[in-house]
Write a protein of this length. Structure first.
Length: 721
């Protein structure tokens, strides 16, 4: 066995550091070596200027030459003025840049670390630092210390360190003791940390494979995974089997864990169809049961609109519109002024927006307060533009209260309004539907508008479909394609696909709004997409590559997945400029980005799209412009953002773009289905291009989603109180 050597010295440069694994390549000034030494090893966090202490061996890499391969690395704060200045000026601490770092070292020398920690008031003696900035520096210093401790703790248990900031933000200084008590709390509370990571930490901490703690956490994780597939509950026997295989433990242990969780009211047992025992997460059971009850209660009582003579109403509103409504629109219009709850559904070009405008005119003429809303910002904006009436997202309508951790409006403080019209209802999952409906006052009318043939919600439930199937509220399906819409190949082909027929294409040289670009090879498809975005479409159709063209693809992974296409298009459309690499992504000023989770503090929600406006290394801050409003992100919060040159079809729901390019290939086989392709095509307003193979298109059209989501909303709606 070779003898380990010991070397140390100041880090001159961090050549590479992976936040995922902790692997780093450093250039270190080591005593007795004329040139800087290349050192490799693993550290949770590392900054130029720090002093590094290493044990390991010298090796000769065939490509990079001699380097020191460390088996253990330990860093301490730098001790020399030059090292301290480099360390503080690296962007590690918010509020300190290179200039400020130089001033601090000149003023306090080696005592600067102690000053920041115990005598921060003295920082105000440095020019440019006032009370606010001093407090900012003190908070950032303490935070980075805590984050570093968490990183070291995680790395010692063999897991990656990228979520350390979010762990600290969630748990504060109690983070490590809390994780030591119950490592599975990470999977429950921290976005981006799954059960498997928490399980690895638990195992390294000595938690037995057959422990009750692990069985309970594993069962909830397995059930949560079922809800991420859209189910609101899952058959008990199947859940036991699934969890038993996942945890590699006997089914009896899982049965016991479920019984205990039911006793603790974390899980709910209920008989489903054919008396099958179903297991619910408690909050989903409550949401489903309550939603059904609130809808039933809304159906009672008198409509807020006074009695109107239907013939006169139709004549009046058609005169106001300047054209006649179709018979199916007539029926829906009459229902809107008589029904407390109703549904309007149908595909593109069938007059849903026209009908909403007609309903609005009648209610406004009767001085009723009409509230318009939709699940996403883009859908709300489109609704407002089409009707000339303000529309809000459901989240903004309900008003989130960060101090209390829930929406301001609910059954005890209802919304103010007489009529509520909700667009893009197919997107709304069980939890959001419950939060909205319980906040609607009992005297009001509720009108759901949506296309039931589109993809169901990303979250659990099948709310629109379940309400329609319950036959407890009036449903009006518009199916007549209006003349102007019938001239659009996009709309014609969307309806053809929905009916199981192949789309009709025109030759590339012919004028159309719908094209198919053949590319059987994924690599060639990527090249064609790049050329289409950069050259062909802007030249022929005068569309802006960044603002007007959106790639929507079935999957995140693979050559034609959103991740790869985003990297490709970033290089193509935004290759230069200030950037920061975080969580495996280069974020560059000018990039198109999408919010990936709801952030109620920032008032930015899952699916919101913006452009990176600025980047400030000294403040460790990136600013994104969302629809005219600037929102700041700490560098450590960038896991909330993803590049959005390309996005998944699921993420595009509720949005509409001037041009969409849809890669469709047999590589996507697992996700190819009719409602996926139909939803994708209906996102295009002026131009749609399918790029890929005809075989993949044929597979998607023929494949109807066979798996029905497990929900009980339909049954609850039909049950008598």
């Amino acid at each position: 066995m070779e003898q380990k050597e010991h070397i140390n010295g100041p880090i001159e440069r961090v050549t590479f550091h992976s936040e995922e694994s902790g692997f780093c390549v450093l250039r270190v000034k080591v005593k007795g070596h004329r040139e800087q030494v290349t050192m490799t090893g693993f550290l949770p966090q590392v900054t130029a200027g720090e002093w590094v202490d290493a044990h390991g061996q010298w090796v000769v890499d065939p490509k990079y030459g001699q380097q020191f391969k460390a088996s253990t690395l330990r860093t301490t704060y730098p001790d020399t003025p030059a090292g301290i200045e480099k360390y503080l000026g690296s962007g590690l601490i918010k509020g300190i840049g290179p200039v400020c770092a130089s001033k601090l070292v000149q003023k306090f020398g080696r005592d600067i670390f102690d000053v920041m920690e115990t005598r921060s008031k003295l920082l105000e003696k440095v020019s440019g630092i006032g009370p606010h900035r001093r407090q900012q520096i003190k908070v950032a210093w303490n935070e980075q210390k805590s984050v570093r401790e968490i990183m070291t703790f995680l790395l010692s248990h063999g897991v990656t360190t990228t979520r350390a900031f979010r762990i600290h933000k969630t748990y504060g200084d109690d983070a490590i003791p809390k994780v030591q008590r119950d490592p599975y709390c990470l999977a429950r509370d921290i976005p981006g940390i799954g059960f498997l990571t928490a399980d690895q930490i638990a195992s390294n901490m000595g938690v037995e494979k057959t422990s009750e703690l692990r069985a309970k956490a594993g069962t909830e994780y397995a059930l949560q995974a079922c809800t991420s597939e859209g189910h609101c509950a899952y058959p008990q026997d199947e859940l036991i089997e699934k969890t038993s295989v996942l945890l590699e433990v006997p089914p009896a242990l899982i049965q016991k864990a479920i019984e205990q969780a039911i006793h603790d009211k974390r899980l709910i047992l209920e008989k489903g169809l054919n008396k099958t025992p179903l297991i619910y997460l408690a909050h989903l059971h409550y949401a489903e049961k309550s939603l059904a009850q609130y809808i039933k209660e809304l159906l009672q009582g008198t409509h807020p609109c006074p009695h109107l003579e239907t013939d006169k109403v139709l004549t009046w509103v058609q005169n106001k519109l300047g054209f006649d409504l179709a018979p199916s629109q007539h029926q829906a219009l009459i229902s809107a002024i008589t029904s407390k709850v109703m549904i309007i559904t149908g595909g593109p070009g069938v007059g849903k927006t026209t009908l909403i405008s007609a309903i609005l005119k009648i209610f406004k003429a009767k001085d009723l307060n009409v509230i318009l809303c939709a699940p996403t910002g883009r859908a709300a904006k489109r609704m407002a533009e089409a009707t000339g009436t303000t529309a809000k997202t459901i989240h903004r309508l309900l008003v989130y209260d960060p101090a209390k951790g829930h929406f301001k409006h609910n059954e005890t403080l209802p919304l103010k309004g007489d009529v509520f019209i909700v667009d893009e209802t197919s997107m709304i999952d069980l939890v959001l539907a419950h939060q909205l409906v319980r906040a609607i006052p009992s005297h009001a009318t509720l009108i759901f508008v949506g296309d039931v043939d589109q993809l169901p919600s990303v979250g659990p439930g099948s709310v629109l479909g379940d309400i329609i199937q319950s036959e407890t509220v009036p449903v009006y399906r518009l199916n007549k394609i209006f003349r102007q819409a019938a001239e659009s190949s996009i709309i014609i082909n969307a309806h053809r696909i929905n009916e199981g027929q192949p789309p009709l294409y025109r030759e590339a040289k012919q004028a159309s709004d719908f094209y198919f670009v053949k590319a059987d090879d994924p690599e060639k498809a990527c090249e064609k997409i790049s050329r289409l975005v950069q050259e062909s479409i802007p030249k022929k159709f005068h569309l802006n590559p960044l603002n007007d063209i959106q790639i929507i693809t079935p999957m995140q992974r693979g050559e034609l997945g959103a991740r790869n296409l985003n990297q490709l298009l970033q290089k193509t459309l935004n290759p230069d400029g200030a950037s920061i690499q975080k969580y495996g992504t280069d974020f560059r000023v000018g990039d198109k980005v999408m919010q990936r989770i709801n952030n109620y503090d920032k008032d930015i929600f899952n699916g919101d799209v913006g452009r990176i406006f600025s980047l400030n290394v000294e403040e460790c801050e990136l600013v994104v412009e969302f629809g005219g409003r600037n929102t700041a992100y700490d560098f450590q919060e960038l896991d909330e953002l993803m590049l959005a040159y390309a996005t998944t079809i699921h993420k595009s729901q509720g949005s509409e773009y001037p041009c969409v390019i849809i890669p469709i290939h047999t590589q996507h086989y697992i996700l190819l289905q009719r409602n996926l392709l139909y939803t994708a095509i209906t996102r295009g307003k002026k131009l749609v291009l399918l790029v890929g193979s005809e075989k993949a298109i044929a597979i998607a059209i023929q494949k109807i989603e066979a798996r029905k989501r497990i929900t009980m909303l339909k049954e609850r709606l039909t049950q008598r109180a």
